[in-house]
Design a binder for this molecule. Structure first.
Ligand SMILES: [Mg+2]
Length: 264
């Protein structure tokens, strides 16, 4: 009996030290009891933040101004650990599989649309210094950061970009960055390896049609223009739903993970 008690204490200690919780799944009423005994391994303690992130990625949670303060550590771990890279890689691998499966006709103007921030380039260093999205966005501060022109490429995005070019697919970049950041952006892109694209489009906020309009409206209007110019948009990738939804959508669109902020 003593041995059994000792073994139980030992098992509990090991489970706790490995981040397991023997109460895990206790509230789950729809799973048969016999299945639950094996369900506790490797679950995330911060379930509510994980659910919040899922809500954001599926476009169910919208118009949030900041990451919930209680999720700061969760978001930090998401980006500084392996999960963010693994999620990004999964999306980009699928995107490439799709591109590869196409029957590319030479001269058919098959085009892939990319967003810039959190898609081609990463601002994670900026957000890491400002509470991982828990602090309200400050446009002046952010623009100063962008104008340094020192953003790194998201490695898996750069790989996809080069592979698409090798497949003879044209690249069009549509960013919500303003025209005033055109020069520094092109330089930043060039320095990290994005050197060939058929189009790069900045949001000209002086244009009447975009005054007070959302990124979604701006981007779909620019995609429509591309179509009129003869580009056949077969793929589109961005970190915001506003990069890919609307009309003139791509044959297939891909949403990169981004639980840091929301752009309408
Ligand atoms: Mg973006």
């Amino acid at each position: 009996m003593k041995t059994i008690v000792l073994l139980f204490i030992l098992a509990t200690t090991i489970a706790t030290s490995h981040g397991l919780d023997l109460d895990h799944g206790k509230e789950n009423k729809i799973v048969p009891r016999e299945l639950k005994a094996f369900s506790s391994a490797h679950y995330e303690r911060d379930i509510r933040c994980s659910s919040w992130r899922l809500g954001v990625e599926t476009n169910n949670i919208i118009r949030f101004k900041t990451v919930p303060a209680k999720c700061k550590d969760y978001i930090r771990n998401y980006f500084l650990g392996d999960q963010s890279r693994a999620d990004t890689k999964a999306v980009l691998s699928e995107a490439y599989s799709y591109a590869k499966s196409l029957d590319i006709i030479k001269g058919a103007n098959y085009t892939w649309v990319f967003d810039i921030d959190e898609t081609l380039l990463s601002n994670i260093e900026y957000y890491a210094d400002r509470g991982f999205g828990t602090i309200p966005h400050n446009a002046t501060d952010f623009n100063k950061w962008i104008e340094k022109g020192k953003l790194p490429a998201l490695p898996h995005s750069l790989k996809l970009y080069n592979k698409l070019l090798a497949l003879d697919i044209k690249i069009a970049i549509i960013t919500e960055r303003p025209e005033t950041q055109h020069k520094i952006t092109v330089k930043n892109l060039w320095n990290v390896g994005y050197r060939k694209y058929a189009k790069i489009i900045f949001k000209d906020t002086k244009k009447e049609i975009y005054k007070g309009k959302t990124t979604l409206v701006y981007k779909l209007a620019e995609r429509k223009k591309l179509e009129k110019e003869g580009f056949k948009i077969i793929g589109n990738i961005g970190d915001q739903w506003s990069d890919i939804l609307g009309t003139s959508t791509a044959v297939r669109s891909f949403k990169l993970p981004n639980p840091l902020f929301y752009v309408a």
